[in-house]
Design a protein around this ligand. Structure first.
Ligand SMILES: *Cc1c(COP(=O)(O)O)cnc(C)c1O
Length: 377
């Protein structure tokens, strides 16, 4: 074909080749759903079809695995999709243990969606190791941990629970969303799977939803890869790109959020209108001694829960008076958020009605404390 091709053909050909001779500093976004086979039928970098693999998702999965001291990473379209993938490793007749104050959507997922699958579950106070031991049944196949927990900030002794899992020969999984891989690495305690809602601190700017699983176990990784690629709840290229960008500044953000949270928790703890402050960095926290040995360093995260003197209306009124803390669900972003948790969790929630959950942002701490001063006046 030496003649100039027709308009329609040129419109396709001129726009579908990759741009060569570019050395971008920021990673390009690979929106391609499919990838060209080599002449021998093989694929470059196992890139076949973007449900199976995608360069932006691969980059995110490798980074997340490495930052969690793991080998195999999997990125999903939400934290709940990542949790569902773990549940899909179970079989009919299996039993699992979950924390009594587990993230409320996990409780709902098990009750409303998985109830017909023959999976049994029991709630247990994961901070009470004897209670965990006693709750294990012959068919217990998974112990789910969330440390710190949402919204009570209970700290589970991960190592102690992993010992129980080893004796039972069952899987262990930690939802590490609130601690972030900057502050806590559960794989160091030989947990099987670490899970994150990357909608929170990984993304860090309240503009993307995602989930991550990391493991060191090869056979488990093959199972998770099959579930991810065949169930198909994969992280999209642009969303992977946003989370990769978030990862670059995660340590800086989490450090500032943690130091702000510690100072705000100290301030609130002394305030006469505050009944209780739940923050693992405070000596008054019931599992502070476990936090001390389990966290990597001197920081304890950006999440605080406070019980305001009074009931639901007093708590909601305080949250409405705050100017720098937006009343919204979610957490982990650069902006401070606050939420009356019971209102979100609905009628079967066990959360105290005077509890406000605070996600501390990276604003200046003096302004944040002054805002609380005026709101509590
Ligand atoms: C937000 C959150 C989840 C759920 O993640 P999504 O990305 O919203 O699906 C799970 N666990 C914890 C601790 C969370 O904070």
């Amino acid at each position: 074909m030496s003649e100039k091709k027709h308009f329609e053909t040129r419109a396709i050909e001129l726009t579908d080749t990759s741009i060569s001779n570019a050395n971008p500093v920021s990673t390009p976004i690979y929106l391609s759903s499919t990838y060209k086979r080599n002449e021998d039928g093989s694929y470059t970098n196992d890139l076949i079809y973007s449900r199976h693999n995608n360069p932006n998702r691969d980059q995110l999965e490798k980074a997340a695995a490495d930052l969690e001291n793991g080998t195999f990473g999997f990125a999903f379209s939400s934290g709940m999709a990542a949790i569902s993938a773990v549940l899909q490793t179970l079989k009919n007749g299996d039993h699992l243990l979950i924390p009594d104050d587990v993230y409320y959507a996990v409780r709902k997922l098990l009750a409303d969606v998985c109830s017909g699958w023959g999976i049994e579950f029991d709630f247990v106070d994961m901070t009470n190791i004897e209670a965990v031991k006693n709750a294990v049944k012959p068919n217990t196949a998974l112990i789910w941990m969330e440390s710190p927990s949402n919204p009570l900030l209970k700290i589970t002794d991960i190592q102690a629970v992993v010992e129980i899992c080893k004796i039972q020969g069952c899987l262990s999984c930690v939802d590490n969303t609130w601690a972030t891989p900057v502050l806590q690495n559960p794989l160091n305690f030989e947990v099987d799977i670490v899970m994150h809602s990357s909608s929170k601190y990984f993304g860090g700017h309240s503009d993307v939803i995602g989930g991550i699983l990391v493991t060191n176990k090869e056979s488990l990784s093959e199972k998770l890869k099959a579930i991810q690629s065949l169930s198909g709840a994969v992280q999209a290229p642009f969303d992977s790109w946003l989370i990769n960008r978030g990862i670059k500044t995660m340590a800086l953000r989490v450090e500032r959020q943690s130091s702000n949270a510690f100072l705000l928790a100290k301030f609130l703890e002394k305030h006469p209108k505050v009944h209780t402050v739940l923050y693992p960095g405070l000596e008054s926290h019931p599992q502070h001694h476990i936090a001390l040995k389990q966290y990597n360093g001197i920081h304890y995260g950006g999440m605080i829960s406070v019980l305001i003197d009074g009931g639901a209306s007093e708590a909601i009124s305080v949250s409405n008076k705050l100017e720098l803390f937006t009343t919204a669900t979610s957490l982990g972003g650069v902006e401070s958020l606050i939420e009356h948790r019971k209102s979100v969790e609905g009628p079967d929630s066990h959360t105290p009605e005077n509890l406000l959950r605070i996600s501390v942002g990276i604003e200046h701490i003096e302004d944040l404390i002054n805002d609380w001063k005026q709101a509590l006046e």
